[in-house]
Design a protein around this ligand. Structure first.
Ligand code: PEP
Ligand code: MN
Length: 638
């Protein structure tokens, strides 16, 4: 059943999916775009202009569109790229799903019996004419622009002149023309690369494609070298100052390397950099049409219970023991984690154990102990339910119901928690794909609960050194597909305390909305998962390293230790900056360039002003000091 929900191939699974994929292209039947449109079994649909193709795609009249991106001889196809950029800037949410390279042979064709010496003019699409400028000039043939290659053949067929068309042999034959020259391309091996585009909510991007919107052309030079991407420059217009299309580079890298401030990276391939940390603007592209709740295109879901707030830029730290062992144990640990800035208290009262003779949890009695600790430290409770008949009673005391990894596909349980009126933390099964995970979320949501949090907790791989493998790639892959908060559980992934901090930091840095971490004040005696529990002091270090909210009522000692850690980081960064400045100086000298660059200095100052908008004086002093030190490193005399 779930496979049916999650599977993405509409032909295999979606009963009401259209039997055929309608693919729009610009031009007449017989145009090169038609070949690209049919490439993956699509049914080509012709349109008179690229704008009309986009309109049809936006209205769902066609499922896919093909646009010529670049040609082997003339490079970027401006005629297609400009309207595409304009469409995206107007709000069309498209993703690039594939590329097709179409071999191009430009046949010079005329009405039957036309001697080649009589051909004085040749009609075609401007991009095709550019591909044979030299050959036409050498033959003394004047180019005439029309809307399409195959369209040109039709025009010539209906015309009384001895003009020729430049089109495919197929188009020439369709219009009953003779092919006078098989290929008038200026170079052999001509081809055009087409991109396949779909609406973002109907498909997942597979091709990295972006464009850079900027008023400064120089800002984008060398990006191809830096990113390994193909750049397709455009003229741009005042309202749409699009200067360049970029094929092959990921948007994050482009954003990081685009040197000027006025460069905007618009991606049709991947989510924007740091999108993971920001609420999606208009929601993001879902994987599958048939998971309407979990993959709905809507702003990020924020789950809020008291001080616990996660999603849409709010980040959470859930911490506590694996299992609630005694009233004292849970109270002590609750106090510790609350003091470190945790935003929710975890603790299992029903424990899923591999061995039926292992400790199974103290059940409802422990729920009372957990509730008392929660009241004391004013943190909401996150606890697991393992069976349908536990849901109601646990929901009376718990603030968040956890579905454990082993129950991720217990569909009755998913439906039951979906009806319980409590937010749900849904762990990913150790053997579940990301689509199955989203499918499980859909069960909960379809049963009525919209506040679902997805938690990556490691999957089972061949690697024996960790209990599971924390699949941050899977977590990130889910990010553009869902509006739901994404959490990570480094404890169950690692299965050993020494790796928890590293995994937690990695998950946090990659943009997880929150973490769930097991903490125990006497791990050796813990009744469950003793190897992976962090002692409170180490949890405190972690919480500090992750820079939880400084307003989270931390005790003074914690705040001091935090400031110490920041100073340590600052000093390290300053040292690194000086090292890099020295290397820049050396490299400029080697290439004969002036080491001093007042424009760069102004740019550095702007960066500090932006980061410290209310302390301009501090920003100035810091920049003065840094520049002075950098000059000393670069051996520049005042
Ligand atoms: C837990 O959080 O205690 C737990 C059992 O987690 P998981 O279901 O991810 O193994
Ligand atoms: Mn555990």
């Amino acid at each position: 059943m779930l496979r049916e929900i999650a599977d993405r191939d509409p032909k295999e699974t979606d009963a009401d999916a259209p039997a055929e994929l309608k693919v729009g292209y610009q031009g007449e039947p017989g145009a090169f775009g038609e070949v690209a449109a049919a490439a993956h079994g699509g049914v080509p649909v012709p349109f008179a202009s690229f704008e009309k193709v986009l309109e049809a795609l936006g209205q769902g009249v066609i499922d896919e569109a093909v646009f010529p991106l670049e040609n082997a001889i003339v490079g970027g196809i401006t005629e297609a790229l400009e309207p595409l950029a304009a469409g995206v800037l107007r709000g069309l949410d498209l993703v690039a799903t594939g590329l097709t390279s179409v071999p191009v042979r430009l046949a010079l064709s005329a009405k039957q019996g036309t001697p080649i010496g009589d051909v004085k003019r040749a009609w075609s699409h401007p991009a095709a004419l550019r591909q044979c400028t030299q050959r036409l000039a050498a033959m003394g043939i004047e180019p005439v622009v029309c809307y399409d290659t195959a369209g040109a053949a039709k025009i010539i067929a209906a015309d009384a002149s001895t003009d020729a068309a430049i089109c495919s042999r197929h188009a020439a034959e369709m219009s009953g023309l003779d092919v006078l020259i098989e290929d008038v391309s200026d170079r052999d091996q001509n081809s055009t690369r087409f991109v396949h585009l779909r609406q973002a909510d109907h498909a997942r991007a597979r091709v990295p494609l972006a464009f850079l919107r900027t008023s400064s052309m120089t800002a984008t030079t060398r990006l191809d070298v830096l990113t390994g991407a193909t750049l397709l420059p455009l003229a741009g217009t005042p309202e749409h100052p699009v200067r360049m299309w970029v094929l092959g580079a990921d948007a994050a890298r482009l954003q990081a390397l685009a040197p000027a401030r006025d460069v905007q990276v618009v991606s049709l391939g991947q989510p924007a950099p740091h999108a993971s940390r920001l609420p999606p603007k208009e929601g993001t592209a879902p994987a599958v049409k048939s998971l309407p709740h979990a993959t709905a295109r809507k702003p990020a879901t924020v789950v809020e219970v008291g001080p616990f707030k996660v999603g849409g830029g709010h980040r959470a730290m859930i911490a506590g023991p694996c299992s609630v062992e005694s009233p004292e144990q849970v109270m002590r640990i609750a106090r510790e984690v609350a003091a470190c800035g945790a935003t929710a208290l975890r603790g299992g009262v029903f424990k899923p154990r591999t061995n039926p003779y292992a400790f199974q949890g103290h059940g409802y009695e422990a729920l009372e102990w957990l509730a008392a600790a929660s009241r004391e430290v004013k943190l909401p409770i996150v606890t697991e339910v393992m069976a349908v008949d536990q849901v109601q009673q646990v929901a009376q005391k718990a603030d968040v119901l956890q579905i454990g990894a082993r129950n991720m596909q217990n569909f009755d349980l998913l439906r039951a928690v979906g009806r319980a009126g409590r937010p749900v933390l849904l762990k990913r099964g150790a053997g579940a794909t990301t689509d199955e995970w989203l499918g499980a979320a859909e069960y909960v949501m379809a049963s009525g609960e919209s506040r679902v949090m997805l938690c990556e907790r490691g999957i089972r791989t061949f690697e024996p050194s960790t209990r599971n493998t924390l699949d941050l790639g899977g977590m990130l892959a889910v990010r553009p597909l869902t509006h739901l908060p994404l959490l990570a559980d480094p404890s169950h992934a690692a299965g050993r305390a020494d790796l928890v901090e590293g995994l937690a930091r990695a998950a946090w840095a990659s943009g997880a909305d929150g973490l769930i971490v097991e903490v125990h004040d006497d791990p050796a005696r813990a009744l469950c998962d003793s190897e992976q529990a962090l002692v409170p002091t180490r949890f405190a270090e972690l919480a500090r390293a992750l820079a939880l909210d400084p307003n989270a009522h931390l005790p003074l000692a914690q705040l001091r230790a935090w400031v110490d850690a920041i100073d340590h980081d600052l000093a390290e960064l300053v040292k690194r900056r000086l090292d890099v400045a020295r290397v820049i100086g050396d490299s400029k000298r080697q290439t004969g360039r002036a080491v001093l660059d007042p424009k760069r200095e102004a740019a550095v100052r702007r960066t500090y002003y932006e980061a410290l908008p209310t302390s301009k004086q501090l920003a100035d002093k810091l920049v003065d000091l840094l520049i002075e030190a950098a000059r000393a490193q670069q051996s520049i005399e005042e």
